[in-house]
Write a protein that binds this ligand. Sequence first.
Ligand code: HEC
Length: 178
Amino acid sequence: MFRSRRLLAVFFFCGLICGAALWSVFDGSMHPMARAADEKPAAAAPSDAEQLRAEMAMFMADYHTSNLWFAARSENWPLAAYYWDKVTVHLNSATAGDPTKQADLAAIKAALDRSPVASIDQAIDKKDLRAFGEAYRNLLQGCFNCHKVAGMDYLRPRFPVPPSSAIINVDPKAEWPK
Ligand code: HEC
């Protein structure tokens, strides 16, 4: 009994690890934003698994972009830089894709180019909260531009409201845990 339970636990964790590994392999190519660029209205409907992956990936984009805002607002610049890195991974994978789909990607890239991604970098580097606010506003516009290109103008982002991450302390002066 004990032995089979242990075996079960081992299988369970192997499953988790394999799942996570597969996720990281497919996340780039199956990213919803990339998928948005890939899909024509005539394309076959995505499978449930694809849809779930897409939603999970966007959920993460949502989470990281929100966390970025709260970190910067607390002027915790190293944490803001950390989250911004995560957001740029989503943005990069959104515009990477099949070269045969370049026409669609060009539209999406043009939408993103209107959002001054570089100015978020600069604001974080300079620890400039005012510049960050302006750049973040433009980033949200860039997010929305792409949702519009994808025919989803009902996905309208806003400045995030708390709570974002409930467990990561954005206070740069926090002293606990030591
Ligand atoms: C390249 C295009 C593109 C860009 C850029 C983009 N998105 Fe999206 N986003 C999509 C598409 C397509 C969906 C719908 C995904 C689905 O559920 O099939 C989506 C869905 C979402 C959702 C809803 C997820 C859910 O199912 O609950 C959120 C939240 C979101 N995006 C946030 C963002 C944020 C924040 C940014 C900017 C940092 C951003 N997106 C940039 C294309 C994009």
